[in-house]
Write a protein that binds this ligand. Structure first.
Ligand code: HEM
Length: 501
């Protein structure tokens, strides 16, 4: 896997990395070293770690095998970094709730993005990539003020409904012709986030946002455990390498877009009266003027960048997969529509307040999210030396939550390998939550956008199934789930308008 990647690299950089790789190979002949009382797992050789023991299978398969072979606390090494894979929903929750597991490892895409946003002055910007006191303060500020501007609360539902109506108009205009579903939802989803974060929405034909959406690197294109990212010093060095500059073209376009949006906002006349997170952030920066503070325009750009990226493709992928699974299982589609007709009717759109009276629809939506399993492996790192399940984990160890295992654990789910809304229903048809359902992560760094995402997913999908019957028209492609993220199916569908009752 490593070798293949390097051989594909053109020019001197490929040669240098290949040389480095061969040098490491020679050094790895020395006896192995694993920290004392570290969880069991693959042999960890000096310098290269366990890379040679993971050859020939995809990373995801390697992680699955690790769990099966070594149990709920299993380990391996990537170069000098120890990695612990935590499985079992109760152990994941215990570990991830602990402040010792609350750091995020340095990831190449967060350092590159920080570099670009700060003109090279800071490599550790934002909430997602931030750690320690700065992460705590920024996260607290963003959560509090997102709530103030209505994020995920009933007051933001009308915005979601407006986007749903526009999307349904667009679908209706296709007049029963096949619709390519990939990225169909991105624009509507990003508008909801943008309205709370920046106080504006993008017109449907905005060319800049269309370009960003079109070239956006989807989560499933990102391998957060790529060995090259764990070469010591790489997260800092790579931002200066021409090869990395070329490989990150879409990231560069996106950072330029967000920088432009934020800078225009700061210069705009209504920046301090506009009721948005951006204007509250700006006020916070001004209130700390002259002091040493985490609130500055670089952090503001990074936080806005994160809300845009984390909020767009995650929710859109879930909607794409939701329509796909329901269209593929026509009996489920009929039951959802029957429940919607009985509880909501067809004269008004479903509202989030209907959720409790729509157990089958709710179970279907949860089940689509479980089957997609978007973030199958969630990355944190040890903020300090710590002990979990009797094993010692040194500071800096990467800690990975095996969400895939929790979401398919046969001890927790009736029918873990199938799309089956019954997984979230009791024998009386009532909706029941499941402790293995952790699509938004868990504990100290649980997803900031969970409440908004849940509301958006429900309102969009319930409205679509109330108004249209979907059927698949093409042979769908199920992307081989890669690495740490999963991708939704790629397909086309026909949407038949349902008549009013
Ligand atoms: C279906 C939609 C979504 C899914 C499945 C999802 C999933 C996740 C997961 C698994 C994490 C890591 C949690 C952990 O470490 O325990 C995360 C973090 C995060 N998410 Fe989401 N997310 C979604 C939507 C959103 C939205 C709508 C936003 C904001 C607009 C958002 C913003 C963030 C941020 C800022 C973090 C970093 C939190 C931190 O490190 O403290 N996400 N998300």
């Amino acid at each position: 896997m490593v070798l293949e990647w390097m051989v594909k690299m053109p020019g001197w950089e490929g040669i240098v990395l290949l040389g480095l790789f061969l040098f490491l190979l020679l050094l790895s002949a020395a006896p192995g070293r694993r920290p004392p009382n570290f969880p069991p797992g693959l042999p960890m050789l000096p310098i290269v770690g366990s890379l040679f023991h993971m050859q020939g299978v995809s990373l995801r398969t390697a992680l699955r095998n690790l769990n099966k072979e070594y149990g709920n606390m299993a380990s391996f090494g990537i170069f000098g970094t120890g990695v612990v894979l935590v499985s079992g929903s109760s152990l994941i929750k215990e570990v991830f709730a602990h402040k010792a597991a609350s750091n995020r490892p340095q990831m190449l895409f967060t350092t590159t993005r920080s570099y670009l946003l700060s003109e090279g002055k800071d490599l550790h910007l934002g909430i997602f990539g931030g750690n320690g006191k700065k992460w705590q303060e920024l996260r607290r500020f963003v959560l509090r003020h997102l709530r103030d501007v209505g994020f995920g609360k009933t007051s933001c539902e009308p915005m979601i409904v407006e986007e749903v109506i526009e999307l349904m108009d667009h679908i209706q205009q296709q007049k029963g012709q096949p619709i390519v579903m990939k990225r169909l939802f991105n624009r509507s989803v990003v508008n909801v986030v943008w309205r709370t974060v920046m106080g504006k929405r993008f017109p449907y034909d905005d060319a800049d946002v269309a370009k960003v959406i079109e070239t956006f690197l989807q989560p499933a294109d990102t391998n957060l455990l790529h060995p090259l990212f764990y070469i010591p010093g790489m997260s800092k060095a790579a931002v200066y390498l021409p090869i990395w500059r070329n490989a990150t073209k879409s990231l560069r376009d996106l950072t330029a877009f967000i920088k432009g949006e934020v800078e225009n906002f700061i210069c705009s006349e209504d920046c301090d009266v506009n009721h948005s997170l951006a204007s509250l952030f700006l006020k916070e920066i001004q209130s700390h003027a002259g002091e040493k503070s985490f609130f500055n325009t670089y952090e503001m750009k990074a936080v806005i960048f994160e809300l845009f990226t984390a909020g767009m493709d995650t929710t859109s992928s879930t909607l794409t997969m939701g329509v796909y699974l329901v269209a593929k299982h026509s009996a489920v589609q009929q039951k959802v529509q029957q429940e919607l007709d009985e509880v909501v009717g067809r004269d008004r759109l479903p509202s989030y307040s209907d959720l409790d009276r729509l157990p089958y629809t709710r179970a279907t939506i949860h089940e689509a999210q479980r089957v997609l399993d978007l973030v199958a492996f969630i990355l944190r790192s040890a903020a300090e030396d710590c002990t979990f399940a009797g094993y010692d984990i040194p500071k800096g160890t990467v800690i990975v939550a095996n969400a895939e295992d929790a979401m398919t654990d046969p001890k927790l789910w009736k029918n873990p390998q199938e799309f089956d809304p019954e997984n979230f229903l009791d024998t009386d048809g009532r909706f029941v939550n499941n402790e293995g359902f952790i699509p938004f992560g868990t504990g100290k760094r649980v997803c900031v956008g969970e409440s908004l995402a849940r509301m958006q997913i429900f309102v969009f999908l319930a409205s679509l199934f109330q108004n249209f019957t979907f059927s698949l028209t093409s042979d769908e492609i199920i992307p081989t789930s890669n690495n740490t993220f999963s991708a939704p199916a790629i397909y086309s569908a026909v949407a038949h308008l349902r008549p009013r009752l």
